[in-house]
Ligand binder design. Structure first.
Ligand SMILES: [Zn+2]
Length: 120
Protein backbone atom coordinates (compact mmCIF):
# COMPACT_ATOMS: atom_id res chain seq x y z
CA UNK A 1 0.00 0.00 0.00
CA UNK A 2 1.47 3.31 -1.04
CA UNK A 3 1.80 6.10 1.47
CA UNK A 4 -0.72 8.89 0.99
CA UNK A 5 0.49 12.45 1.24
CA UNK A 6 -1.23 15.77 1.84
CA UNK A 7 -2.06 17.53 -1.46
CA UNK A 8 -1.00 20.83 0.07
CA UNK A 9 2.15 20.20 2.08
CA UNK A 10 3.20 16.70 1.03
CA UNK A 11 3.30 15.27 4.56
CA UNK A 12 2.14 11.72 5.11
CA UNK A 13 -1.55 11.29 5.90
CA UNK A 14 -2.86 8.83 8.43
CA UNK A 15 -6.43 7.75 8.97
CA UNK A 16 -9.35 7.43 6.60
CA UNK A 17 -8.39 6.30 3.12
CA UNK A 18 -10.29 9.18 1.46
CA UNK A 19 -8.39 11.89 3.34
CA UNK A 20 -6.50 14.22 1.02
CA UNK A 21 -5.11 16.68 3.52
CA UNK A 22 -3.21 16.40 6.76
CA UNK A 23 -5.16 19.25 8.40
CA UNK A 24 -8.01 21.69 7.98
CA UNK A 25 -5.41 24.43 7.39
CA UNK A 26 -3.94 22.54 4.44
CA UNK A 27 -7.41 21.85 3.09
CA UNK A 28 -8.34 25.53 3.07
CA UNK A 29 -4.95 26.66 1.75
CA UNK A 30 -5.32 24.23 -1.14
CA UNK A 31 -8.92 25.20 -1.89
CA UNK A 32 -8.16 28.92 -1.63
CA UNK A 33 -5.34 28.59 -4.15
CA UNK A 34 -7.56 26.64 -6.48
CA UNK A 35 -10.32 29.26 -6.18
CA UNK A 36 -7.79 32.00 -6.90
CA UNK A 37 -6.68 30.19 -10.05
CA UNK A 38 -10.31 29.84 -11.14
CA UNK A 39 -10.98 33.50 -10.42
CA UNK A 40 -7.90 34.55 -12.42
CA UNK A 41 -8.91 32.34 -15.34
CA UNK A 42 -12.44 33.76 -15.34
CA UNK A 43 -11.12 37.30 -15.07
CA UNK A 44 -8.95 36.72 -18.16
CA UNK A 45 -11.83 35.23 -20.14
CA UNK A 46 -14.13 38.09 -19.11
CA UNK A 47 -11.50 40.65 -20.10
CA UNK A 48 -11.04 38.97 -23.49
CA UNK A 49 -14.80 38.97 -24.11
CA UNK A 50 -15.10 42.61 -23.09
CA UNK A 51 -12.15 43.60 -25.30
CA UNK A 52 -13.74 41.71 -28.20
CA UNK A 53 -17.02 43.56 -27.63
CA UNK A 54 -15.25 46.92 -27.45
CA UNK A 55 -13.40 46.20 -30.71
CA UNK A 56 -16.58 45.16 -32.53
CA UNK A 57 -18.35 48.27 -31.25
CA UNK A 58 -15.47 50.51 -32.33
CA UNK A 59 -15.78 49.18 -35.90
CA UNK A 60 -19.58 49.29 -35.79
CA UNK A 61 -20.77 52.54 -34.21
CA UNK A 62 -24.00 52.67 -36.26
CA UNK A 63 -25.23 49.07 -35.94
CA UNK A 64 -24.11 47.75 -39.33
CA UNK A 65 -20.66 47.60 -40.83
CA UNK A 66 -18.27 45.53 -42.89
CA UNK A 67 -14.66 45.02 -41.92
CA UNK A 68 -11.98 42.54 -42.90
CA UNK A 69 -11.20 39.98 -40.21
CA UNK A 70 -7.51 40.93 -40.38
CA UNK A 71 -8.39 44.44 -39.19
CA UNK A 72 -10.27 42.98 -36.22
CA UNK A 73 -7.34 40.70 -35.45
CA UNK A 74 -4.89 43.59 -35.78
CA UNK A 75 -6.99 45.53 -33.29
CA UNK A 76 -6.59 42.65 -30.81
CA UNK A 77 -9.77 40.73 -31.50
CA UNK A 78 -9.64 37.10 -30.36
CA UNK A 79 -11.79 34.90 -32.60
CA UNK A 80 -11.68 32.02 -30.11
CA UNK A 81 -13.91 33.82 -27.62
CA UNK A 82 -17.58 34.67 -27.88
CA UNK A 83 -20.56 34.61 -25.55
CA UNK A 84 -23.09 32.98 -27.86
CA UNK A 85 -23.78 32.14 -31.47
CA UNK A 86 -26.73 32.03 -33.80
CA UNK A 87 -26.98 29.82 -36.87
CA UNK A 88 -29.43 30.87 -39.59
CA UNK A 89 -31.63 28.45 -41.52
CA UNK A 90 -29.15 28.84 -44.37
CA UNK A 91 -26.48 27.43 -42.06
CA UNK A 92 -24.54 30.64 -41.53
CA UNK A 93 -23.35 31.31 -38.01
CA UNK A 94 -23.23 34.66 -36.30
CA UNK A 95 -20.98 34.93 -33.27
CA UNK A 96 -21.69 37.40 -30.50
CA UNK A 97 -19.68 39.04 -27.78
CA UNK A 98 -22.61 40.11 -25.66
CA UNK A 99 -24.69 42.38 -27.93
CA UNK A 100 -22.05 42.84 -30.63
CA UNK A 101 -22.00 40.18 -33.32
CA UNK A 102 -20.27 39.26 -36.55
CA UNK A 103 -20.31 36.73 -39.33
CA UNK A 104 -17.20 35.89 -41.36
CA UNK A 105 -17.68 35.58 -45.11
CA UNK A 106 -15.56 33.45 -47.42
CA UNK A 107 -13.71 36.51 -48.75
CA UNK A 108 -12.47 37.31 -45.24
CA UNK A 109 -14.80 40.20 -44.65
CA UNK A 110 -17.05 40.29 -41.60
CA UNK A 111 -20.52 41.75 -41.39
CA UNK A 112 -20.96 43.34 -38.00
CA UNK A 113 -24.38 43.39 -36.37
CA UNK A 114 -25.93 44.37 -33.07
CA UNK A 115 -28.33 42.20 -31.15
CA UNK A 116 -31.18 44.58 -30.47
CA UNK A 117 -32.96 42.77 -27.67
CA UNK A 118 -29.97 43.33 -25.40
CA UNK A 119 -30.30 47.08 -25.72
CA UNK A 120 -32.69 48.81 -23.37
ZN1 LIG B 1 -0.74 19.25 4.86
Amino acid sequence: MSERVCLECGKAIFGRSDKKFCSDECRSAYNNARNRATTNMMRKVNATLKRNRDILLSFNPHGKANVHKDRLRDAGFNFNYHTNSYTTKAGKTYYFCYDQGYIVHENGYCSLVVKKEYID
